[in-house]
Design a protein around this ligand. Structure first.
Ligand code: G1P
Length: 382
């Protein structure tokens, strides 16, 4: 009911500024005085048309009217007109036969309704994939350690439900879920990549925007960010958002998703122009994707339409690229310190390679790599 309270306060402020009593405003807007009282007390949700009528009676400017509509969760007429160039659609409608026209109008109604619904939905859920081969190598208590800072970040961001995607046949991670956070689990089988890990959560997530947190990207300081900031940005722009950071070195590009940015909207937010998963080549420029995302529910359709990569895995970045053709995506630039577990992943990859290698000295090499990997894990624990 919070938004109705905000509407009520705003309405009252404008009425007082216009030096009108409730009865006077009611008369001008041709509504009852008790209805004005209910509205100001946040006890009724007026229709968008009713708000426009009251705004007119109050003599509000267009920007004030927009603010009033927004405080009740409605889009302003300009915003509605912006949605997929509705003017062009109207012209097309005029040229259609009556049955076609009706069908199209019904579709537009449905879409606008969906859009308003989406605007009104707040973020409650986060998906945490921990089924990759790297977490699979960790013990339940190590997994629990890796998840601890992630859960802290989630709770600080105000999210209410975490969905853990686990590897099959592995004991569940040892975690003590913070109170106020519901933790649900789902097993990913078969394991067909990060995108696939997200697809299988559709039933648990439902038709609402949600966050994705890859717990092997650990935020070292100021854990409230980036998720909390990304949620605030989502609430302002209502679009999917990926977190990005400067690559430490050019060679990094082949280990991460890479985003090229366009117009800057805020100090820490730009529109994404293009996305590529682990691109190779010298000419690559952009920022690397950090494991924090906010996605609109259309990501599920995009994932379903995304072909697997050459390794047969479904990539989240590829699905976001597809989504980018339909919706804008923001890039949140994260400046804080990050600990990426990827070095451990590379060490373990190297270890497997060394053990497979039949050359002499393979055990010594494997031992050295193991030592390094353990050191990295020690840092992670510290
Ligand atoms: C995943 C994503 C990649 C992103 C990275 C962040 O890769 O596919 O785009 O940059 O997480 O950690 P993974 O680490 O699973 O290979």
């Amino acid at each position: 009911m919070e938004d109705l309270d905000a509407l009520g306060r705003l309405l009252r402020k404008h009425r007082e500024q216009a030096h009108l009593t409730r009865a006077q405003l009611a008369r001008r807007a041709r509504i009852s005085a008790s209805f004005v009282t209910y509205l100001e007390q946040g006890l009724r949700r007026p229709s968008a048309a009713m708000i426009a009528r009251i705004a007119q009676a109050l003599g509000l400017r267009p920007d004030q009217q927009r603010e009033l509509l927004q405080s009740a969760g409605y889009a302003s007429p300009e915003e509605i007109a912006q949605v997929s160039g509705i003017q062009g659609i109207l012209e097309e409608i005029a040229a259609l036969s009556p049955p076609e026209r009706e069908e199209l109008i019904a579709e537009i109604h449905r879409l606008l309704g969906r859009w308003q619904e989406l605007r009104a939905k707040s973020l409650r859920k986060v998906v945490i994939p921990v089924a990759g081969w790297q977490p699979r190598l960790l013990s339940p208590s190590q997994l629990g350690q890796m998840l601890r800072p992630a859960l802290e970040e989630i709770v600080t961001a105000g999210l209410k439900e975490a969905i853990l995607v686990l590897a099959p046949g592995r004991p569940a991670p040892q975690i003590a879920p913070p109170k106020d956070l519901k933790v649900r689990q789902i097993v990913q089988e078969p394991q067909l990549g990060l995108g696939h890990a997200i697809v299988i959560t559709q039933g648990l997530v439902g038709d609402e925007p949600f966050a994705i947190l890859l717990p092997d990207d650990i935020i070292l300081e100021d854990r409230a960010r980036p998720l909390r900031r990304m949620i605030a940005l989502y609430e302002r722009y209502r679009c999917s958002i990926v977190a990005v950071t400067e690559a430490e070195e050019a060679a990094d590009f082949k280990n991460y998703g890479v985003a090229t940015l366009g117009e800057r909207l805020e100090e820490d937010l730009s529109w994404v122009e293009a996305l590529a998963e682990k691109p190779r080549g010298r000419e690559i420029a952009g920022l690397t994707i950090v494991g924090r995302y906010i996605v609109t529910p259309q990501i599920f359709e995009a994932l379903q339409a995304t072909p697997p990569d050459p390794n047969g895995e479904l990539q989240l970045t590829d699905a976001l690229s597809l989504l980018l053709q339909r919706q804008r995506i923001g890039a949140y630039r994260f400046e804080g310190r990050l600990f990426r577990v990827t070095p451990i992943k590379m060490l373990l990859e190297a270890l497997i390679e060394a053990l497979d290698d039949q050359q002499p000295g393979r055990l010594e090499r494997a031992m050295a790599i193991t030592k390094n990997a353990l050191q990295e894990l020690g840092r992670l624990r510290a």
